[in-house]
Write a protein that binds this ligand. Structure first.
Ligand SMILES: C[S@@+](CC[C@H](N)C(=O)[O-])C[C@H]1O[C@@H](n2cnc3c(N)ncnc32)[C@H](O)[C@@H]1O
Length: 287
């Protein structure tokens, strides 16, 4: 059996993640919705991107059983939409976020909310100050394996993630995870542009890898594949990028603008055809 505890951090490096976010907070905040959520929304009945993002945040927070709890963790917190939603709308006493992006952490700190804490730290290095009552992780698991890893290294890396989450959560508590996954494809089927220009050092999981890695640590109590929701989210992002085209090009240049539009168009095709899926998985800690 592969000893997952002996591994170095199996995911994309801080430098690779920062490469993506170094385009700057101002760029992302010109076209993301007001919550600054940078992952697939949950559209069921929603009319606007913002409604769909809030519905998605509420879904994960309630699936994780976070409402009314003392300490909740968000692994890969971005600009903090789930942290803010937890303390403002779900009576969470203290919400802790992990990100690898200094710019995201600076933005969250600038909100000046003492119910929220953020650390520029990988889950791999995190040592909690207390056990958690709930964990959410929305759109970060995509970065927890690198393309140069063998399949068994990849599963062992995921296993070390679930081992840690198991150790950090109180018995019987829950984690809600959202991730893109390979569906009818593998790493060779995706356009090389994504690995080269958008997300270096990143390799997607397959559902089966997640299931195996979580075995005997977490029971899966709910699973959804909402890939159509990502088609609609990318479409909304393309519209919003186009609406602010002049400002965006003034801020970051035409190359960056076209790179993002191209990426979201490719992604729409990928989710529409079932090349990629969008998984939302609710896990309950095995005691
Ligand atoms: C696509 S963003 C999603 C942000 C947020 N959850 C949302 O829904 O808007 C991915 C996030 O995962 C973080 N991330 C990537 N690898 C990580 C790691 N090893 N440990 C902690 N955070 C990580 C990034 O810094 C970023 O904040």
């Amino acid at each position: 059996m592969f000893d997952s505890t002996a591994l170095a951090d199996p995911g994309a490096s801080k430098q690779a993640i920062q490469y993506h976010y170094d385009v700057g907070n101002d760029f992302y905040h010109l076209w993301l919705d007001e919550t600054k959520t940078y992952t697939c929304a949950l559209w069921e009945g929603a009319q606007t991107l913002q409604q769909a993002q809030e519905q998605k945040l509420d879904y994960h927070i309630s699936q994780a059983g976070a409402s009314g709890t003392r300490f909740a963790l968000d692994i890969g917190c971005g600009w903090g939409p789930a942290l803010t939603r937890m303390v403002d709308h779900h009576r969470v006493h203290h919400a802790i976020g992990l990100t690898l992006s200094q710019q995201q952490a600076d933005y969250i700190s600038s909100l000046g909310d003492n119910r929220i804490e953020v650390e520029v730290q990988s889950w791999f290095d995190h040592i909690p100050a207390q056990p958690y009552d709930a964990i959410v992780s929305i759109g970060a698991f995509e970065h927890f394996a690198r393309p140069d890893m063998s399949h068994s290294q990849k599963v062992a890396g995921y296993r070390s993630f679930f081992d840690r989450c198991h150790a950090w959560l109180r018995p019987g508590k829950r984690m809600s995870l959202q991730t893109i996954a390979y569906e009818n494809s593998d790493r060779h089927d995706l356009h090389p542009f994504i690995a080269k220009e958008i997300w270096p050092e990143t390799d997607l999981p397959r559902l089966a890898d997640i299931v195996v890695a979580a075995e005997r640590k977490f029971e899966i109590i709910r699973l959804r594949n909402d890939r159509a929701d990502y088609v609609r989210t990318c479409n909304a992002w393309i519209h919003r990028l186009n609406e602010r085209q002049d400002e965006i090009i003034g801020l970051v240049g035409a190359d960056v603008f076209h790179r993002y539009v191209h990426w979201f168009k490719l992604s729409m095709i990928g989710f529409h055809t079932g090349t990629m899926s969008l998984l939302r998985i609710t896990f309950q800690r095995v005691p």
